[in-house]
Write a protein that binds this ligand. Structure first.
Ligand code: URA
Length: 324
């Protein structure tokens, strides 16, 4: 397992004691049932509408969930600033070749062939020329509306053994689990931060750069909870040290932001981070000579995995409010 060495031991326990524990607004971890339900509903409808379409197989991974509810969708979604910089201003006229290649249907050079092979209509009028202009929301392909023309936001339950990198030399990656059409989108769909190859759990993807930036910014203070299993007994002191905001990891100039830690058992804990330094959880526990042997991200803000099984994913509205 690739583990980075922890911070040097020069940060003495006494110093930690003296360190003022930075105060931060407490955001309750436990999701209230309504939030989970809202999440389930959001995921459900998004799944039926987009994932099935994008997969081209007519089935979303969350079909059962989808049937459950079609009500009060998006109630908890407020318009996030980043969502306003989605990939296409609503209502804008666009060339059909640009639109189709942007949404991953085909390369620009293949548009003529695509138009011959598929029924593409704009406001019910057939589109036969690559240079024709239309509004994304008016376009249908083989009877289906365009696949998320303003961008996608996807949540996946990442299985172990896949890297969050496009570099084939690093091995099999999480992108391979996404539909081909999403992988062909421009701008490209990217993970929101990264999870290590052996880490499992909640992983987000988006092709909206501004949204990606917002969600990864430590300034946004979005808490992500990790469940950790280590090889040695977890010292109680780590709760205070992690919360203190004084722990500086090796090679870093800035201390880790205060992080809540709950010890669940001798070898198990939950840790909430509001930032994403390289191998951060593993390096924080390595400071206490604990090697992380299992790491699972349980949640991202108010979002948890619901019933998503490893390898499954679904879409979320671009304005999903993670801080709700
Ligand atoms: N911290 C880690 O050490 N690894 C991850 O994958 C995520 C957070």
């Amino acid at each position: 397992m690739e583990i980075c060495v922890g911070a040097p031991r020069h940060t003495s326990p006494r110093r930690h004691h003296r360190a003022r524990i930075a105060h931060r607004a407490s955001r309750p971890w436990a999701l209230d049932t309504r939030v989970v339900m809202a999440m389930a509903m959001t995921m459900a409808t998004a799944a039926t509408a987009a994932t099935a379409r994008a997969r081209g197989d007519g089935r979303a991974p969350q079909d059962a969930l989808a049937k459950k509810s079609r009500t009060s969708l998006g109630r908890r979604c407020t318009v996030a600033r980043a969502a306003s910089s989605a990939n296409n201003a609503k209502g804008k006229l666009e060339r059909i070749d640009g639109l189709l290649s942007r949404c991953g249907y085909c390369a620009r050079s293949e548009v003529k062939g695509f138009l011959r092979a598929h029924e593409v209509v704009a406001l019910e009028a057939p589109v036969t020329s690559a240079s024709a202009k239309a509004r994304a929301e008016d376009v249908c392909i083989d009877g289906q509306p365009l696949d998320n023309p303003n961008g996608v936001l996807v949540v996946m339950n990442k299985p172990s053994g896949l890297v969050c990198s496009h570099d084939a030399r690093e091995g099999a990656n999480v992108y391979a689990l996404l539909p081909e059409r999403w992988r062909a989108r421009k701008p490209s769909v990217e993970t929101v931060g990264r999870l290590d190859k052996d880490t499992t759990g909640l992983l987000l993807f988006t092709d909206v750069g501004a949204l990606n930036h917002t969600l990864t910014s430590p300034k946004k203070d979005i808490g992500k909870w990790y469940r950790v299993r280590v090889d040695k007994e977890i010292p109680q002191a780590c709760v205070e040290v992690f919360a203190s905001g004084t722990l500086t990891l090796e090679g870093e100039t800035k201390a880790c932001k205060p992080a809540r830690c709950e010890i669940l058992g001798p070898y198990e804990a939950r840790l909430e981070l509001t930032e994403g330094k390289y191998h951060q959880v593993k390096r924080m526990f390595a400071f206490f000579d604990c090697t992380v042997i299992e790491l699972h991200r349980e949640s991202f803000g108010v979002l948890n995995l619901g019933s998503l099984k490893p390898g499954e994913y679904t879409t979320l509205p671009l304005d999903f409010d993670f801080a709700a």
